[in-house]
Write a protein that binds this ligand. Structure first.
Ligand SMILES: Nc1ncnc2c1ncn2[C@@H]1O[C@H](COP(=O)(O)OP(=O)(O)OP(=O)(O)O)[C@@H](O)[C@H]1O
Length: 350
């Protein structure tokens, strides 16, 4: 029996091709070329755009999965396929086990209303409606009675920090506040999967950081499965459980923030993190090896797996022996060799 928990989202061999007769052109390319790369090249030669090329990945329940890549790499197209705003040219997309590529139009409407939440960079807030009516709108579409929908809207308004602005209209709000209204509106239906396409990119850096922090708090409370697009590596590293990096329609690497910055698969991925303070984002888990390490007495540097590399390096700067990493209850989890720690951070050891 397979006891692996079912993924919240699963994409298998997903392609999205733009251009005339995309379906038949893709079928033909796939029948001739076994390598997706070669099939994509054949499509490009014919003037078609393989905006998503053979995407394969799963997102676990409650995971915050970030998609990153340069402009035009296919991020929005991929998220639009998963949320079925676009019907993928090829492949299987499952949400909680249900193949949405085969869903009927009625079922898709139901999924969008009840299960899938979406936030895009420019929210289409209704200018003539107050904040609370904007937030409650998706419940009105679902036919929820006015009293119940206003009660629910009030709760999410509190969650996103807009209490006191319920009767304001969008034109009376700042960009950050409008963004919060959009977030509240997408949360009001208790969606189980939440799609966000560059929700904070139009905001100034200070407000953006504040909204990122609040967003992480909301996620900790609601534990919704999230697919989040950004082209900002620092935003990705701050928010993600895992990051998928896209280039020219292809998912080139999927990994934890530590994986992406410490073990980039190629120069394209390396380029994203070249100016990132690696020690602030990568954790001890990424340089830990099995072993028992030296037993330190009262001087035990006390490394923990979730400590950043900067913090770990500060603790064992002068040590030459492998340092044990322990769980909270003292159980030995592995060791970190200070030389490897220094190498991960590109600093001279000793
Ligand atoms: N409806 C469409 N018709 C034709 N080509 C499209 C369409 N939508 C997207 N494309 C093309 O698909 C490719 C991927 O675009 P997409 O918008 O998914 O990229 P992106 O990574 O989200 O970019 P950005 O960060 O600029 O939003 C681009 O070459 C784009 O021109």
């Amino acid at each position: 029996m397979n006891d692996k928990p079912q993924a919240a989202i699963s994409c298998q061999n997903v392609w999205q091709v733009f251009g005339p007769n995309a379906d038949s052109a893709l079928s033909e390319a796939l029948s001739v070329h076994s390598e997706p790369e070669a099939a994509a090249a054949a499509l490009r030669e014919k003037g078609l755009i393989p905006a998503v090329q053979d995407a394969n990945f799963e997102v676990a329940e409650g995971e915050l999965f970030v998609i990153m890549g340069l402009s035009g790499s296919g991020k929005s197209t991929l998220i639009r396929c998963i949320s079925h705003l676009l019907h993928a040219t090829h492949g299987e997309i499952r949400i909680d086990g249900e193949n949405i590529v085969e869903a009927t139009p009625d079922r898709l409407i139901e999924l969008r209303r009840k299960k899938l939440g979406m936030v895009f960079q420019h929210f289409g807030l209704f200018p003539h409606m107050s904040v609370i009516d904007n937030v409650a709108y998706p419940l009105r579409v679902q036919g929820v009675k006015r009293k119940a929908r206003l009660e629910k809207a009030q709760k999410v308004i509190e969650l996103v920090g807009l209490t006191g602005r319920e009767t304001h209209h969008p034109r009376e709000l700042s960009g950050g506040q409008r963004q919060r209204v959009g977030i509240a509106r997408s949360l009001v239906t208790d969606c189980s999967v939440w799609f966000l396409d560059e929700p904070f990119s139009a905001l100034d850096p200070l407000i953006r950081r504040q909204l990122q922090d609040e967003f992480l708090q909301i996620q900790a409370e609601l534990k919704t499965t999230i697919v989040f697009i950004t082209h900002d590596i620092n935003e990705a590293l701050k928010l993600a459980d895992r990051i998928a990096i896209m280039r020219d329609g292809k998912v080139v690497q999927i990994g934890t923030p530590s994986d992406i910055i410490l073990n980039p698969v190629d120069d394209y991925v390396r380029e994203f993190s070249k100016d990132v303070a690696k020690g602030r984002h990568a954790h001890v888990a990424s340089v830990m090896e099995p072993g028992e390490g030296h037993v330190y007495g009262a001087d035990d540097p006390g490394l923990r797996v979730d400590m950043t590399l900067d913090a770990a390096l500060a603790r064992c700067m002068d040590l030459y022996e492998p340092v044990p990493v322990r769980a909270e209850d003292g159980t030995l989890l592995g060791v970190v060799n200070p030389a490897n720690l220094a190498a991960a951070l590109h600093v001279e050891a000793g």
